[in-house]
Design a protein around this ligand. Structure first.
Ligand SMILES: [Zn+2]
Length: 272
């Protein structure tokens, strides 16, 4: 973790950075990759709200939330960009910071009114929650845990082409955890449902926040047990076993799928 939640009362570090956000997009200087802005270079009116995010290299970072409806123009040198457009252009720490800002402003936007009684909410003073002014229901930022993993069969790995993947690209299998399921159970179920294969030896690999809009990807590796590959033809259009010397087009290293595939390739190199 590179940026950390720091003590806001620490006045020895006066520098602050701002991340203006409107309609789920980041304010960015045209022709450049995205960066948080210094206080004296914010080309916007006052935001509806600001949210503290933590400190990046000693500088306190704030998300500035602008109402979706309120129209204003930014100077010619700036534009609003989706975070996806910055994939591969900015460092992983900046990606994580921007993702955190987007998730927190989305939570704030989506919980201005209570989902139980419909009354306006207020922001809690003690923690990151919107609290109903009438019934005291509390609404926290929503994080959706997902499982993703690479299944091995000897020297082969299982990769699949999802309906949303570009033609020719194969990736690891993934899916949302359902209520009452462990992460391992969810991964075994996803593999069974999507390609009809049974697995065991499910081992935790790593995790990655994926702010589109609020997933936490929990990655696993596993071993093949039984079954013939049968893509469900709903989520998965094709699935195959690949050896390290005959890999298809795969996702980039900055995605957790890319890490898993890299790890498999490294294991194969070490074997030879
Ligand atoms: Zn309420």
């Amino acid at each position: 973790m590179v940026f950390i939640a720091a003590d806001k009362s620490d006045n020895s570090r006066p520098h602050e950075l701002y991340i203006p956000i409107r309609r789920g997009q980041l304010l960015c200087q045209k022709g450049r990759s995205w960066l948080p802005l210094a206080a004296n270079s914010i080309p916007t009116p006052d935001p509806l709200h600001r949210h503290y995010l933590g400190a990046l290299n000693g500088e306190h970072c704030y998300a500035l939330f602008f109402n979706d409806e309120k129209d204003f123009t930014v100077p010619e040198a700036y534009e609003w960009v989706p975070l996806r457009s910055q994939l591969g252009k900015i460092s992983s720490e900046l990606f994580q910071l921007a993702g955190r800002a987007l998730q927190i402003t989305k939570w704030y936007r989506d919980h201005q009114y209570c989902g139980v009684c419909g009354s306006p909410t207020r922001e809690s003073e003690s923690d990151r929650a919107c609290v109903c002014s009438q019934c005291e229901s509390r609404f926290y930022p929503r994080i959706s845990p997902c499982v993703i993993g690479l299944v091995r069969r000897g020297n082969e790995c299982l990769l699949a082409r999802g309906v949303r993947h570009p033609e020719g690209m194969y990736s690891t299998l993934a899916g949302f955890i359902e209520p009452g399921e462990s992460a391992e159970e969810a991964f075994a179920r996803e593999v069974r449902e999507e390609v009809g294969v049974e697995i065991n030896n499910i081992r935790y690999f790593t995790s990655q926040p994926w702010p589109f809009p609020g997933q936490l990807m929990l990655a696993f590796t596993a071993d093949y047990v039984s079954g013939d590959l049968q893509p469900d033809m709903v989520e998965i259009m094709d699935a195959q076993w690949f050896t390290a010397d005959k890999m298809p087009l795969t996702p980039p290293r900055l995605t957790i799928s890319g890490w898993l595939i890299d790890h498999f390739l490294q294991q194969m190199r070490e074997k030879t």
